[in-house]
Design a binder for this molecule. Sequence first.
Ligand code: HSE
Length: 349
Amino acid sequence: MEYKIGLIGCGTVCRGLLEILLKKGEYLRDKFDFEAKIVAICDKLKGSLLIQEEIDLEKLLRLLDEGKRIDQYLQSRTNEAEVMDPHEMIEKSDAQIIVELTYTDIQTAEPATSYIRKALRSGKHVVTSNKGPAALYYSELKEMAQKNNLCFRIEGTVMSGTPVFSLFECGLAGNEIKEIRGILNGTTNLILTKMEEDNMDYKEALLLAQKMGYAEADPKADVEGYDALAKIVILSNVFLEANITPSDVKREGITFLTRKEILAAIEEGFRYKLIAQAKREGTKVKASVSPQKLPLSDPLAGIRGVFNALTFDLDLLGKITIQGPGAGKIETGFSILSDMLAIHRFLTK
Ligand code: HSE
């Protein structure tokens, strides 16, 4: 089955998705009868493109690699999208799925939320890896989608392409979650690992995370715990029906941890980790982000570098821990593919 796709935002995740579709197009068609045809792209800095036929991914990626604008794709041909903003493009394009990949603003969740609302109102499925709309407006957007028999999917918002939300749609469905605990920020986990293992100081380790492209544009979001906070809010609202906002979560980052404390903890058989957790307490859900000294026997204590992990305490299975990448171009690009395949299954069941 063929799907027309519109992309809002053409940064790292978008590039990851385009590379995956280029490389695996044939495999996806043969194995799943799934064909993604990109028909629209809109990016605030790189320009826009809206065409009737499918966009040639190889040609588009070449333009992006050369640092050129998206609208140079058509050369001398008229580009309908040249003067369009994303709202207009969502309306005018005949994409069935809109992939929203603009920057995360955790205070307002804009402009992403407006684009998502517009897409759902226009009868289009939405996939996003943007933490803002998922943390602040998940229930509203999910309800809006369901009422219109559409999908609103957010796999990439937590642990990039490592499955979290889809786990409970299938394999773990039927379990109730009692508690969620995890390492949800790769930058801080890399910093803690490098400070312990490679004798690096905090600044050097942060610089490394920035160089590797894992840190947020403003790394305060990582080291002061805001990124992990957004993710635990999303998990609480999706899995525990918590209906909480970021201001309900107690937060402490890693900026006050010294190398001396990190090494002393190891001597005592413990390891510091930035832990995000959420638990039902009576009718409420209590969520927090803080550095914690974990015994080395805790599976979360063994998570090194930029990896993320989540331990779910389940009523039927007890504790299950999933570990995997939590950031990265291909890793997050894959989360979008995985959500698009879920939409394909939804539409063909
Ligand atoms: N800055 C984030 C991290 C990126 O380091 O985990 C993924 O959300």
